[in-house]
Design a protein around this ligand. Structure first.
Ligand code: VGL
Ligand code: ZN
Length: 212
């Protein structure tokens, strides 16, 4: 049982990669992914501020298995910055798959952070790319705007939500992962591992019902 969390000044809702390609008919479908749309729509307007991220790859991005002869999607490969999972082509700039689902309310998004647009580097976290060096600028934006607590969810819980939550907690934000607004890809137990890692990093896993 979590106590009811009252919204306060300094709270931000972060909507991570809720895009057509991560929904059921998409190119990198997350099981039950579109279910998060209704949850975010219910939360729309309940937070004074909402920011969204959008996975936004150029064609032929290095994270795509198709960019490497003989490699299958969901295999891994050594990249200059470490091990990288290779994905089906997804969220290609300008395609329907990269768009937000038509049913998702987006008018209240005050900032959309695009990521993964550098051909050679993948980007899971809303704060930094997978080389752990290249920053998106979101941390500076959030500090300048005075946000203290970050409530996030989206797709997928074991990749972009996970790394966003870890970076948020490390940056000193009180971090809450909204469980019913999150769905997982779950490669080799990555769902349980992600939930454990987020909890160990100090993030709280809550549900939207815990929010007043
Ligand atoms: C994501 C894999 C590749 C995500 C993005 O949004 O979790 N996962 N690109
Ligand atoms: Zn991607």
């Amino acid at each position: 049982m979590t106590e009811i969390i009252k919204q306060a000044a300094g709270d931000l809702l972060l909507v991570v990669d809720v895009q057509n390609d991560f929904c059921e008919d998409g190119n990198l479908a997350v099981p039950d992914g579109s279910a998060v749309v209704a949850v975010f729509n219910r939360l729309a307007g309940r937070f004074a501020s909402t920011v969204a991220t959008q996975d936004w790859h150029p064609p032929g991005h290095r994270s795509f298995a198709s960019a490497h002869a003989g490699q299958e999607p969901f295999s891994t490969m050594a990249f200059p910055y470490g091990e990288q999972t290779l994905w089906p082509d997804h969220c290609v700039q300008g395609t329907v798959g990269a768009e937000f689902p038509a049913a998702l309310e987006t008018d209240h998004f005050e900032l959309v952070v695009r990521k993964g647009f550098r051909s050679e580097i993948d980007s899971y976290s809303a704060f930094a790319e997978n080389d752990h060096t290249t920053r998106t600028g979101l941390e500076g934006y959030l500090h300048e705007r005075g946000f203290k607590r970050l409530f996030l969810g989206g797709l997928a819980g074991d990749f972009c939500v996970l790394y966003s939550a870890l970076d948020a907690a490390a940056a000193g934000f009180e971090t809450y992962v909204i469980d019913d607004a999150t769905r997982y890809i779950d490669l080799d137990g990555s769902k349980d591992a992600a939930r454990q890692a987020m909890t160990e990093a100090g993030a709280s896993i809550i549900t939207s019902a815990d929010l007043l």
